[in-house]
Write a protein that binds this ligand. Structure first.
Ligand code: AGP
Length: 363
C-alpha cells in the first residue's frame, strides 16, 4: 500500500496532487480551443438537439458535481435540475421522451444511483452515465456513457474525480446548449483556453502553502462553515462534506445568501467561514461574509490576489484568475488541502474514515 502512495503520506494527498494530470486526461482530445468547439467523439453535433430538460441523479460528492453541471446548464439557458438519487424514487420530476437523465457516479456502482437510473429508463428517458469506471454497472446500463479518465481513486474521500466530473459536465453543458440553439454559446470562446490552462492553474494552487497555515490557525474551532453563490454553491457544499468526512468536525455548506435566513444564528468567533468567490455576484457574497465577520467569525476568502475580499477577510486562500465557470474548481482544490491538513493535524485515518465505504452498494 505504501508503494502505491509514492512519496505522499496518504492516497488523498497524492490524488489531490494528481489533479493537473487527471484534468489533462479528461479534456484531452475533447476541446478544440483554436476551432472554438467541443469535440466529444461519441456525440455527433446535434445529438442533444431534442432534449427538453436534463435531470441529474447522484449522491455525495458526485451530487455536488451534478449540481455544478445542472447550474451550468441553467446558466446556459437549458432547463435542468440535480436530484439526490436516493430521493428520486419519491420525488422525480415528470419524465418524457425528451428528458435526458444523467447519472453521475465515480464508481458506477452506487446502489441509490443505479436505482434512479433504472427508474428513469423505465419511464422512457434517454440516459447517460458520467463515470470513472469503464465497464461499471451504470456505464453498461445507460444508453450512453462518458468517462472522466481520472485513473483509480483509492482514498474514500473523492477529490480528483470531483474536479474531472465538474469539468466534463461544464463541457457537456456547453455542448447541450449548442445543440439546442444550433450555435455555440457566446462565452464558449473565452472558456476553452481557460479550460486548457486549468491543469497549470491547479499546479499554481498546489504550489502555495496557505492551506496548511489556515488549517493550523483554525484547528480548535467549534464548527466550520462554507459559503458560495452560483457555481460557488456546490463547491461550498463539497468543501463542507470533505471537511466533515475526514476531520469528523462539524462543517456545513450554505448558499451565501441563505446565511441570513437562519444559519447566522450559529455563527460565533469559534466558527470560521470559508467564503468562495467565483465572479458571480461576488459583492453580495462579500456582504454575506461581512455579516458573519461582524458576529466575530473569522472569514477566509478563497479568491484571486487582487479581489476586494482580500482586504476584508482575516485570511486568504489564493486562486488564479479565471472564468466564473471554472473558478470554483480552483477554490475546491484549496478547500481539499485545508480539509486534508486539518484531518492530518487531528491524526485522523484520512484514507479510510470511520463508518464510510468507497462505494456504497446498498440503498
Ligand atoms: C465522497 O467523498 C464520498 N466518498 C461519497 O459522498 C461519494 O461521493 C458517494 O458515495 C457517491 O459515490 P459514487 O460517485 O461512486 O457514486
Amino acid at each position: 500500500e505504501q508503494a502505491g502512495k509514492g512519496t505522499y503520506d496518504h492516497f488523498m494527498l497524492k490524488e489531490i496532487h494528481e489533479q493537473p494530470t487527471s484534468l489533462s486526461q479528461a479534456i484531452e482530445g475533447r476541446i478544440d480551443p483554436a476551432g472554438g468547439r467541443i469535440a466529444l467523439a461519441d456525440f455527433e453535433p446535434g445529438t442533444f438537439a431534442d432534449v427538453d430538460s436534463v435531470q441529474f441523479v447522484a449522491c455525495g460528492t458526485s451530487y455536488h458535481a451534478a449540481l455544478y453541471g445542472s447550474l451550468a446548464l441553467n446558466q446556459a439557458g437549458v432547463q435542468s435540475t440535480a436530484l439526490l438519487a436516493n430521493e428520486y424514487s419519491v420525488s422525480a420530476p415528470p419524465i418524457d421522451d425528451d428528458t435526458l437523465v444523467i447519472a453521475v457516479t465515480q464508481s458506477g456502482e452506487t446502489a441509490d444511483t443505479l436505482t434512479a437510473l433504472r427508474r428513469a429508463a423505465r419511464e422512457g428517458a434517454a440516459t447517460l452515465t458520467l463515470t470513472n469506471v469503464v465497464g461499471s454497472t451504470a456505464a453498461r446500463e445507460a444508453d450512453d456513457a462518458l468517462f472522466i479518465r481520472a485513473g483509480p481513486e483509492i482514498g474514500v474521500a473523492a477529490t480528483k474525480t470531483f474536479s474531472s466530473q465538474a469539468v466534463m459536465l461544464t463541457l457537456l453543458a456547453q455542448r447541450i446548449a449548442a445543440d439546442l440553439r444550433g450555435e455555440p454559446p457566446a462565452d464558449l470562446e473565452a472558456l476553452l483556453p481557460e479550460l486548457e490552462s486549468m491543469p497549470a492553474a491547479i499546479d499554481d494552487v498546489l504550489a502555495g502553502s496557505a492551506a496548511k497555515t489556515v488549517a493550523r490557525r483554525y484547528s480548535d474551532s467549534e464548527a466550520y462553515f462554507f459559503i458560495g453563490r452560483g457555481l460557488g454553491y456546490p463547491v461550498a457544499l463539497e468543501g463542507a462534506l470533505k471537511f466533515k468526512e475526514i476531520t469528523y468536525e462539524h462543517a456545513e455548506g450554505f448558499a451565501s445568501g441563505e446565511l441570513k435566513h437562519g444559519p447566522l444564528a450559529l455563527v460565533t468567533p469559534e466558527t470560521p467561514v470559508f467564503a468562495i468567490f467565483t465572479g458571480q455576484e461576488d459583492e453580495k457574497t462579500l456582504k454575506n461574509a461581512e455579516e458573519a465577520q461582524t458576529r466575530g467569525a473569522p472569514v477566509i476568502a478563497v479568491c484571486p490576489d487582487d479581489h476586494p475580499a482580500v482586504e476584508v477577510a482575516d485570511d486568504h486562500l489564493p486562486i488564479p484568475d479565471t472564468e466564473p465557470d471554472l473558478a470554483g474548481l480552483l477554490a475546491n482544490v484549496q478547500l481539499q488541502l485545508v480539509s486534508y491538513h486539518a484531518a492530518d493535524l487531528l491524526g485522523r485515518p484520512i484514507d479510510k474514515p470511520r463508518n464510510l465505504a468507497k462505494s456504497v452498494t446498498v440503498e
